[in-house]
Design a protein around this ligand. Structure first.
Ligand code: SF4
Ligand code: SF3
Length: 511
């Protein structure tokens, strides 16, 4: 059966995945079911009934369709059934009509839809902690109605930028949810080494799942290790208080098939990015929430993690303490430089900029991925001059977060701000610096070097565009769902540039 999907950076041949299986491993029947789910969500949003149950269905349904979240046809079918049961009108919509329409309209609608998917993930995490925002919730309906009914490029462009505006609110909401629930992140050193004995690896973005698991495993002789986007949880006081939260396992998410091969411990996936699970570790993979993978045990909404705990005790972990490192051989990762911590250093940073001790600040952040060309980010960071700071966030940092870049006046040169949603922290810091220097963000000695892969990166990019931030360097490639003329417009208006080589880009920025 044919499929069409072009929502992520690694899409086939730079055009779209159209074969029996996408580059991410998603089979064509799963891709088509995800299209059916998207179509039914758009139908539901067009029924003019708005309530809490429907909002939750829309948000979670969109999250299911994000790259590397759900590979399980039965689970997607169940979701479609739930959406159909809630749909009380006869509005018909097929998302394939978007894939086949005028390429500029298709680009703008794709930017809105993929941005909404990313924002749905953030809204989901905030809601799990009891935080909601009416503007955010309402916008899901508004944007999904626009996708179905609007074909004017001018109007669609306004909604593209509004997606960025509302996503800023959504990231702010999640920041509030995380910090009011688990405390403000504080700088914390995290080891990459793994102690002997039973352990559990937790990956994804959901701090609530992590908190519940930490509580259920305390005093059980089991250690907990983060993986991927879960790393920043070591910095939250209400999570770091658990002494059995020991360190971080593994390197970048795209190395999981190698690193989880025969691991003597279970792995809990709370969100993306799950890759096709190999038989050698399938019995150890547990999913929860919107994540699902055929034949892997799914923990339901009751969040009883007993099966994971039992698996950990059964496998027993390593017999000896294991020395493990990051990609560059380092074994310490420092986290916890969210906006409050960085702003507490603001005086020192401002003084450093004024005296010339800090010549430039780079934000090197975004998603990682398997495609070649992403070494650019490692080399870029390695070659930043000693009088510059490097802020980072999201999972792309695993390419360089084990490097020791030293300090400037006691400020570490490499400052990890957190998960991808903590782009909110970067925006807050940039806005505060601009206020102090009485200039715009674009006039600060600050450059954004971004890597994208899936749809959360799309909503963050739209937020940066909404804020009028210019000269973003984006890689490893430009989104193929954006047509040439829309891309030309974005490049002219916002001066977005594709990354070139780290040498040329560094030279251009610093001159
Ligand atoms: Fe291809 Fe990406 Fe879609 Fe997977 S999510 S099928 S890799 S475009
Ligand atoms: Fe990474 Fe999958 Fe995007 Fe939260 S975990 S940033 S790719």
């Amino acid at each position: 059966m044919a499929m069409f999907c072009f929502q992520c950076e690694q899409t086939a041949l730079g055009k779209g995945c159209t074969m029996a299986q996408g580059v991410c491993g998603k089979k064509s029947d799963t891709a088509n079911l995800q299209d059916d789910l998207t179509s039914s969500i758009i139908e539901l949003a067009n029924c003019n009934i708005k309530n809490e149950e429907i909002t939750k269905l829309i948000i979670d349904g969109l999250f299911v369709t994000i790259t590397n979240v759900n590979f399980d046809n039965e689970s997607i079918k169940k979701f479609i059934d739930k959406i159909k049961a809630a749909t009380q009108c006869s509005f018909n919509f097929d998302i394939k009509t978007v894939w086949n329409c005028d390429e500029n309209v298709r680009s703008l609608k794709s930017l809105i839809l993929f941005g909404l998917k990313g924002m749905a993930a953030y809204a989901h995490h905030a809601r799990v902690l009891g935080y909601r925002d009416e503007d955010v919730d309402n916008f899901f309906y508004e944007a999904l109605q626009i996708i179905a009914n609007e074909n004017s490029q001018e109007k669609l462009l306004l909604i593209v930028l509004k997606t960025g505006e509302i996503n800023l609110k959504c990231m702010e909401l999640l920041d509030r949810a995380n910090t009011q629930t688990y405390g403000k992140p504080i700088p914390t050193k995290v080891t990459t080494n793994v102690e002997k004995g039973p352990f559990i690896v937790v990956t994804g973005h959901d701090l609530h799942d992590m908190a519940l698991l930490l509580e259920q495993t305390k005093d059980k002789g089991i250690n907990i290790y983060t993986h991927g986007e879960m790393l920043p949880c070591h910095a939250y006081p209400e999570l770091k208080k658990y002494s059995h939260l020991k360190g971080n396992f593994g390197t970048a998410w795209q190395n999981q098939q190698k690193e989880f091969d025969n691991i003597p411990a279970p792995v809990l996936f709370t969100t993306n990015c799950i890759m096709p699970v190999k038989d050698s570790y399938k019995d150890r993979v547990f999913t929860t929430s919107v994540v699902d993978y055929p034949q892997c045990f799914h923990i339901d909404e009751n969040k009883d993690f007993t099966p994971v705990i039992e698996k950990s005790l059964e496998l027993g972990g390593y017999k000896e303490d294991m020395k493990m490192t990051g990609i560059n051989g380092g074994d310490i990762l420092t986290v916890g430089f969210a906006h409050d911590t960085i702003l507490s250093l603001a005086d020192k940073i401002i003084e450093g900029i004024k005296s010339g001790e800090i010549k430039h600040i780079f934000l090197v952040g975004g998603c990682d991925g398997a495609k070649p060309g992403r070494n650019y980010y490692t080399e870029f960071v390695k070659h930043t001059p000693a009088n510059t700071l490097v802020l980072t966030l999201a999972c792309g940092k695993f390419r360089f977060n084990d490097l020791d870049l030293g300090e400037i006046n006691g400020i570490p040169r490499l400052l990890d701000m957190g998960q991808c949603n903590d782009a909110y922290s970067a925006i807050k810091v940039a806005a505060e610096l601009a206020k102090t220097f009485n200039c715009t963000i674009n006039e600060l000695p600050l450059s954004l070097i971004l890597s994208w892969y899936e749809q959360k990166a799309v909503c963050i990019l739209l937020t940066l565009l909404y804020l009028g931030i210019e000269n973003i360097k984006l890689g490893p490639s430009m989104p193929v769902f954006v047509s040439e003329s829309i891309l030309k417009f974005l490049v002219e208006k916002f001066k977005i540039k594709p990354i070139t080589t780290f040498e040329d880009d560094l030279k251009e920025i610093l001159n």
